[in-house]
Design a binder for this molecule. Structure first.
Ligand code: ADP
Ligand code: MG
Length: 482
């Protein structure tokens, strides 16, 4: 048999196995079957399309391990991810095939050193987030995440196991227990069914509000003066109309002398801010501000069995208010920071906060805004809160924030345009050296695969590893996805 024929044979076998898994899943549950079917289609395509005379890919490799890494490099990864304390199982090393005896993990104690999950759309970021969140909850760590497209709601439902699946997960040394995480829903501005999340205008503050209103630097500092004026004059800023009233008064004939006294606030700028506030309110933003303000300590709870509560924030219509959504997440984080006591480094975070669509937060952000985020992210660690940013490329995150990040998951990146090729190059340059040609590997990762490096218990980065993500990890996933 030629190598190509052998490859086709192997692919057929993989397809047959996937079909068997599908049949088992169908018997067990309709939802699992749908997922398997989806994955099966991805498997079937390259298999049947592969011409018989295709270039054999692995024929030249002399090493018994058919992958980019040598046996020594594989051992280094095995050792690099063996930790003493409690861990999250992230999946298995991929070296040609998935190596089920090389599990890749994150020490739970290091999660307050923050994380980044990056990758193009549809490459497995949300799934990775789910893998993290479920295990954190099971380990007693509360989780906060925004459920943007409703694709995280699966956390609340136990996965379905089938005999076939359990056979497989057992055989790859993974103990797969279908279990639902205790979940509670929150909703921005009270649209929807969850507990409404609102902020008072004064606690939201001028910096975040300027970001939401799209103000420039001059307008931003003017808004700061207006907040300061309201504060010293003892005028409470609860909802948007309170703020509007203050600005209106400052630009009125009676208010003009006060405006002058403020220094640095022109009536033209005050007029612009007023117009922005009015149109913001006309878009329905009033619903997000006011009392009662959410008590962020609600996100720090565990249930009676000691599982961490997963707080899911539903985002109605985020597409038309992206800036509002991301600044609200930032406000929640800042509020948590203000309320929580110092705890230093602990064996488990008090909360892990997933910051989805993080690029929206940093896009068009002022210097002051970025400086304040960087500060919060740096300091919140000692309050036991880990932040995991989820976005397309690390380039979306300012370098000062990136420098605080301990664990990184990079799913597939695309390099079709000059811009994305540049982003790829920039991403590669931020990784420690490894046995991989990362520029090549990052563009060829399958869905659910990632390049990972985390912070070990001594605070040093672990070896860069190519993994198949998921507790069901290893062989099963790979057969399904390839
Ligand atoms: N590790 C994985 N195991 C199984 N299926 C996965 C895995 N990662 C992603 N998928 C599937 O791939 C699709 C896209 O994944 P998703 O996490 O939504 O991508 P993203 O959030 O990056 O857009 C989904 O249908 C998901 O079920
Ligand atoms: Mg997603």
């Amino acid at each position: 048999m030629t190598d190509a024929a052998a490859q086709v044979e192997a692919a057929k076998k993989a397809l047959a196995e996937a079909q068997a898994a599908l049949a088992a899943a169908e018997a067990a549950s309709a939802s699992v079957a749908a997922e398997a079917q989806d994955l099966l289609e991805k498997t079937a395509e390259p298999t049947t399309a592969e011409p018989a005379d295709a270039e054999p890919k692995t024929a030249e490799k002399p090493d018994p391990v058919e992958g980019p890494l040598t046996t020594a490099e594989v051992s280094a990864i095995r050792d690099g991810y063996a930790f003493e304390g409690e861990v999250l199982e992230m999946g298995a090393l991929v070296n040609g095939d998935a190596l089920v005896d090389v599990p890749v993990r994150i020490p739970i104690a290091m999660l307050n050193r923050h994380g980044l999950v990056a990758g193009a759309t549809g490459t497995g970021k949300t799934k990775t987030l789910q893998v993290l969140a479920e295990q954190l909850s099971a380990a007693g760590v509360p989780v906060f995440a925004a459920d943007i497209k409703g694709d995280l709601s699966g956390i609340a439902t136990a996965g379905t196991s089938s005999e076939k699946l359990l056979e497989r997960t057992d055989s790859i040394g993974q103990d797969w227990q279908p279990a639902a995480s205790p979940t509670e829903y929150f909703t921005l501005g009270g649209v929807g069914t969850g507990v409404p999340i609102r902020a008072t205008v004064s606690s939201f503050g001028p910096l975040l509000l300027s970001k939401v209103l799209g103000l420039n630097d001059t307008q931003e500092s003017s808004l700061g003066l207006i907040f300061h004026y309201a504060d010293t004059a003892g005028l409470p800023l609860v909802d948007l109309s309170d703020l509007r009233a203050v600005v209106q008064w400052l630009v009125s004939d009676e208010g003009k002398p006060e405006l002058k006294n403020l220094g640095g606030l022109s009536s033209a700028t005050a007029g612009v801010i007023l117009r922005e506030l009015i149109s913001f309110a006309n878009e329905g933003a009033d619903a997000f501000f006011g009392e009662p303000e959410i008590d962020t300590s609600l996100f720090l709870r565990t249930n009676a069995e000691g599982k961490g509560i997963v707080s899911l924030l539903e985002i109605p219509g985020v597409n038309d208010k992206p800036a509002l959504f991301s600044t609200f997440l930032m406000w929640l984080l800042a509020d948590l920071f203000n309320d929580l006591p110092e705890v230093g480094d602990i064996d488990k975070p008090k909360l892990v906060f997933f910051f989805d669509e993080a690029h929206l937060l940093f896009k068009d952000a002022s210097k002051d805004f970025i400086a304040s985020i960087t500060q919060t992210v740096r300091l919140i660690r000692s309050k036991g809160v880990g932040v995991v940013f989820v976005t397309q490329t690390p380039k979306d995150v300012p370098s000062d924030v990136l420098a605080q990040i301990g664990s990184r998951f990079q799913h597939q990146l695309r390099a079709h345009t000059p811009d994305s090729a540049k982003a790829l190059k920039a991403t590669v340059s931020t990784y420690p050296t490894s046995g991989y040609d990362l520029g090549e590997v990052l563009t060829t990762l399958a869905t659910g695969e990632a390049i990972i490096t985390v912070m070990n218990e001594k605070g040093a980065p672990t070896p860069v590893a190519w993994i198949a993500c998921g507790r069901r990890g290893g062989r099963w996933l790979r057969l399904m996805l390839r």
